[in-house]
Design a protein around this ligand. Structure first.
Ligand SMILES: [Zn+2]
Length: 91
């Protein structure tokens, strides 16, 4: 029996002037999820092998899904934060 592990995963998030958010989230396997969405829901648009690629992919998803062609001064840049995640090993 193994206790659940707590991991700190890195998230990069940027808010845009059309109300959408682009998000990059590190996964326990070392890949990075790229996502663009209009609310707090998080999904997967692309999976990339590095944070820079994932940020570019998230911006591409934002452009494709919301028509946000270009960032303005009211858009924020990607900001990094840490998210604690409980990882329960398979039984
Ligand atoms: Zn923008």
């Amino acid at each position: 029996m193994t206790e659940p592990q707590h991991r700190h995963l890195v998230i990069w998030e940027a808010r845009h002037d059309n109300g959408w958010t682009t998000l990059v989230m590190e996964q326990p396997d070392g890949t990075f999820v790229a996502w663009a969405g209009p609310d707090d829901t998080v999904g997967v648009d692309y999976v990339e092998d590095g944070p820079e690629h994932a940020q570019a992919a998230a911006m591409f998803a934002l452009k494709r899904k919301s028509g946000h062609a270009q960032c303005s001064i009211r858009c924020s840049a990607f900001e990094m934060r840490l998210q604690t995640m409980t990882v329960t090993p398979p039984q």
